[in-house]
Design a protein around this ligand. Structure first.
Ligand code: HAM
Length: 423
C-alpha cells in the first residue's frame, strides 16, 4: 500500500460533525452584518509582502516571524516570494479602498467578510496556521460612537452564538501626537529594568516598546508599575477614550480597562479592544480583537481616512462554545425516501424532488435492498421520517412513517411537508 499523506501542520479538516457549529457562527455573523448595515466585501487570499510590512509593521510578529510566503511559478517574473498569504485582512481592505477610489462613495463605509487567514506560528490548541476570521471594517468614521457600536456588535455576536461571560478589554494607545512621549516613558522605565526582561522583550524595547507590555512572560510586578498609555493621552485622545467608555456604560456593555492591551499590529491608534472569557484572562488567547487605525490609509498611500474594525476568531469561538457546551439550534427533520420496488428509482427521485420543492431535507435511498433494510439505514442516517413509495403513488399518495414511533399513514404527497413539520 502507498504511504498516506497528512494535512499540513497547523491546519484542520472540518468533518461533517463539526460543520453545524461553523454554519451556526457564520449564519449569526452574516445576519448581524445585515442588521448592522455592513456590506460584504472580498479581497485576495494573498497580497504583496510589502503591503503587510508597511501596514502591520516590520516589528509585528505577523510580519517578522509568521509570514507565509508565496512565490510564482518557476521561471516567471514572480519567482521570488514577494507575496504572502494574508495574515489578516485589514491591510488588504485598505489597499482595495485606495485602489478603487472608494473614498468617493457615500461614507462611512461599513464592510464585512468571513474567510481564512494564515500565520506561520507554532501550532497549539486555539492557534492554527490557517484559521478563520469574521472581519468588519468601518472607513471614514472618526468615532467615538462607532467605536462603541463595534464593541457592542462583537458582544452581541458572542451572546447570539450562545457564549456567556465574554468581557471586552479596552484601552487607548493614543495617536501620533501623544504616542512618542508615551514610548519614551516606556523606554526609560523598562530600560532601567532590562535585566528583568525576556530576550524577546529586549528586542521589542528597541523596535516597538509598547509591545513589551504584550509579552506574556513579562514579570507581573514590572508590568503593574509600567507607565500607562491612558495617563499619557493628549486632550483629543483622552476625550475620545472617555466618550467610548461612557457609551459602553450607557449601553450596559460588560468591559474592563486593560492598560496592557496594546495589540500586536502596528497600525492601531486610540481605541484598542479584545474579547476574552471572564476569569480566564492570561490563560487563553483572545476570542477576537480590533481597534482604530486612523493613520493606516495614509501610510498605504491614500488620503487620510479614519478607520476602525475587528477580527473575531471563529475557530476559538467554536472551541469556547464546545467548552461551554452550547447546544446548537435543532436542524429541521430529515426525511428518507424509500421504495418497495427494487427498480423504482425514478419514482423515489421524483417524490424526493417534490418534497425538496416544499423545502424539506431529503435523502433518497438509491439501493435495491429490501424495504426493511432501507428503513434501518434511514434511522442510522438520522432521519425522523420515511416516505415509502409504492403502488399508491399512481393515486398521488405515499406512506408516511414516523421512524421514532413506527406509526404510519397513507397521505397525499402535498401534505407530507405540513405533517413532518408539525410540532
Ligand atoms: P488579531 O488580534 O491579530 O487582529 O486577530 C483577531 C482574532 O483572530 C484573534 O483575537 C483570534 O481570535 C484570531 N486569531 C489570530 N491568530 C490566530 C491563530 N493563529 N489561530 C486561531 N485564531 C487566531 C487582526 O487580525 C486585526 N486585523 C483585527 C482588526 C480588524 N483590527 C482592525 N480591523
Amino acid at each position: 500500500m502507498a504511504s498516506t499523506i497528512g494535512a499540513p501542520r497547523g491546519t484542520r479538516d472540518l468533518l461533517p460533525d463539526q460543520t453545524p457549529a461553523w454554519d451556526r457562527v457564520e449564519a449569526v455573523a452574516r445576519d448581524l452584518a445585515r442588521r448592522y448595515a455592513f456590506a460584504r466585501m472580498e479581497i485576495p487570499l494573498f497580497e504583496r509582502v510589502e503591503l503587510f510590512a508597511r501596514g502591520l509593521g516590520e516589528s509585528s510578529d505577523a510580519v517578522s516571524k509568521e509570514m507565509f510566503r508565496v512565490a510564482g511559478a518557476a521561471g516567471s517574473d514572480e519567482e521570488r516570494a514577494d507575496w504572502a498569504l494574508r495574515p489578516e485582512p485589514t491591510a488588504g481592505v485598505v489597499r482595495a479602498f485606495i485602489e478603487h477610489g472608494m473614498h468617493v462613495r457615500p461614507g462611512p463605509l461599513r464592510l464585512s467578510m468571513i474567510g481564512p487567514m494564515f500565520r506561520y506560528d507554532r501550532p497549539q490548541a486555539g492557534r492554527y496556521r490557517q484559521f478563520t476570521q469574521w472581519d468588519v471594517e468601518v472607513l471614514g468614521d472618526p468615532g467615538p460612537a462607532v467605536d462603541a457600536e463595534l464593541i457592542e456588535l462583537a458582544t452581541r455576536f458572542y451572546a447570539e452564538v450562545g457564549l456567556t461571560d465574554v468581557v471586552a478589554h479596552v484601552n487607548s494607545i493614543g495617536d501620533a501626537t501623544c504616542r512618542p512621549a508615551y514610548r519614551a516613558a516606556l523606554v526609560s522605565y523598562f530600560g532601567a529594568h532590562v535585566d528583568r526582561l525576556t530576550d524577546d522583550s529586549r528586542r521589542r524595547l528597541q523596535v516597538n516598546p509598547l509591545r513589551v507590555l504584550d509579552d506574556k512572560q513579562l514579570d507581573p510586578d514590572l508590568a503593574d508599575g509600567a507607565p500607562r498609555s491612558a495617563d499619557h493621552l493628549c486632550d483629543e485622545c483622552r476625550a475620545h477614550f472617555r466618550s467610548v467608555l461612557d457609551l459602553l456604560d450607557a449601553l450596559g456593555i460588560r468591559h474592563v480597562i486593560d492598560h496592557r492591551l496594546v495589540r500586536g499590529l502596528d497600525y492601531y491608534t486610540r481605541t484598542t479592544f479584545e474579547f476574552v472569557i471572564a476569569g480566564r484572562e492570561g490563560q487563553q488567547q483572545a476570542l477576537g480583537g480590533g481597534g482604530r487605525y486612523d493613520g493606516l490609509t495614509e501610510l498605504l498611500g491614500g488620503r487620510p481616512t479614519p478607520g476602525i474594525g475587528f477580527g473575531i476568531g471563529l475557530d476559538r469561538t467554536i472551541l469556547a462554545m464546545d467548552e461551554q457546551r452550547v447546544t446548537l439550534p435543532k436542524a429541521g427533520p430529515l426525511v428518507a425516501v424509500v421504495g418497495t420496488g427494487p427498480a423504482d428509482h425514478a419514482d423515489r427521485l421524483r417524490v424526493a424532488g417534490a418534497l425538496r420543492d416544499a423545502g424539506l431535507a431529503v435523502r433518497p435511498d438509491g439501493s435495491a435492498r429490501k424495504l426493511g433494510k432501507q428503513l434501518e439505514s434511514a434511522v442510522k442516517a438520522g432521519a425522523a421520517w420515511a416516505v415509502i413509495v409504492g403502488e399508491e403513488l399512481a393515486g398521488g399518495e405515499v406512506t408516511l412513517k414516523d421512524l421514532a414511533t413506527g406509526e404510519q399513514q397513507a397521505v397525499g404527497i402535498g401534505s407530507v411537508a405540513g405533517l413532518v413539520r408539525a410540532p
